[in-house]
Design a protein around this ligand. Structure first.
Ligand code: SF4
Ligand code: SF4
Length: 344
């Protein structure tokens, strides 16, 4: 791992260099202080000060709907897997979004490996951008140490005034730096400034939830029968916005779409949500999580409990999207504080 500097006057040149032969995706502004990831061609379109986008970057690796295979029984070849790929740069990824992509990588590289995800992912270049301050009151990245870079990128930019400190994390990142010719060597002063910023961040980024990382899983183990689930279940609209917006939610449904004569068709993968009533319904009409409170408990446990057992990793990045997007104002920090209060 090594570093270089990029003067801000060269950032426009970097975007120009990237768009020459790749699609570049970055946060762009929407109305009401919201942002989304979208294709850009110039620096002016990019919101460098964006808070987490409405949908996380998972939509590029795991599209809301994708065709996994096509079949045609009128031809000799009956079934053909398909995966749409395009060389793409994701620019301006916050540390929380990089953490979310790392969680998805663990899941989709687990057996059985998901080749559609893994093939598509190989064609992405990831360029992170450090948050020097908290996004808003919904974010809880400090509780999970996701306010600092923990890998998962090719290049990572930290704003240090007139220039960015650029951490090179992969060979792909190294090649990009070399080919663009826009970067300059790191100076001792830049190293010092990076250290100072990180020290300032330890004071700025304080978790507002009074719990240590290692105590999070036990909290959820102890609160399975908590009334908190009944309370938030009474408010929940079962819309599924929170899971769609979550960078680490990856549940999907598989749907076959045959043509009328049944000789040809497609197999589609479509995002699903554990918050929908039919998600846990099985043959015979039984439903393991019929009540909304049960489904909320499941969502939280899928972030803070079950992945710790399987991957030794909490699957919440602290992005705050679920709290920001919830029409019923179910807030992750409030849920935590209620559980902690109840377990005292
Ligand atoms: S976004 Fe809010 S209301 Fe909708 S399912 Fe999630 S918690 Fe329930
Ligand atoms: S649970 Fe909420 S805060 Fe945590 S990663 Fe998902 S959307 Fe972000």
């Amino acid at each position: 791992m090594s570093g270089v500097l990029l003067y801000k006057s060269e950032l426009c040149g970097l975007i120009h260099f990237l768009v020459a032969d790749q699609t570049v995706i970055a946060p762009v502004p929407l109305t009401h202080g919201q942002f989304k990831f979208a294709a850009v061609t110039t620096l002016e379109e990019i919101a460098l000060d964006a808070i987490p986008t409405l949908l996380p970057p998972k939509k590029y690796f795991l599209p809301p709907q994708e065709s996994l295979l096509q079949y045609d029984t009128t031809q000799g070849e009956k079934m053909q897997a398909e995966v749409a790929i395009e060389e793409t740069v994701l620019f301006g990824l916050h540390t929380c979004d990089l953490a979310g992509i790392q969680c998805l990588d663990m899941v989709f590289a687990d057996r059985p490996k998901d080749l559609h995800y893994m093939i598509r992912k190989q064609h992405f270049t990831l360029i992170g951008l450090e948050c020097n301050d908290y996004c808003d009151s919904s974010a809880n990245c400090a509780m999970l140490f996701n306010h600092l870079p923990k890998g998962g990128y090719d290049l990572f930019l930290t704003d240090l005034g007139d220039y960015y400190f650029v951490d090179i994390n992969t060979h792909k990142g190294d090649l990009l730096v070399e080919k663009s010719g826009l970067f300059v060597p790191v100076t001792p002063a830049a190293q010092d400034n990076l250290q100072k910023l990180r020290q300032i961040k330890t004071k700025r980024f304080k978790s507002e939830i009074p719990i240590r990382y290692q105590d999070i899983k036990p909290l959820f183990e102890a609160s399975f029968e908590s009334n908190v689930w009944t309370d938030i279940g009474a408010k929940c609209l079962a819309c599924g916005n929170c899971t769609n917006a979550c960078p680490t939610c990856y549940c999907f449904d598989i749907v076959d779409e045959p043509e009328f004569d049944l000789t040809r068709g497609k197999r589609l993968r479509i995002w699903d949500s554990c918050q929908h009533e039919n998600f846990a319904r099985i043959a015979g009409g039984e439903n393991f999580r019929k009540e909304r409170g049960d489904r909320q408990r499941h969502r939280y446990n899928r972030k803070f409990h079950y992945p710790m057992e399987r991957y030794k990793q909490i699957f919440c990045t602290g992005c705050g999207r679920c709290s920001r997007t919830c029409m019923a104002r179910i807030d992750l920090k409030e849920t935590f504080n209620a559980l902690i209060e109840e377990c005292r």
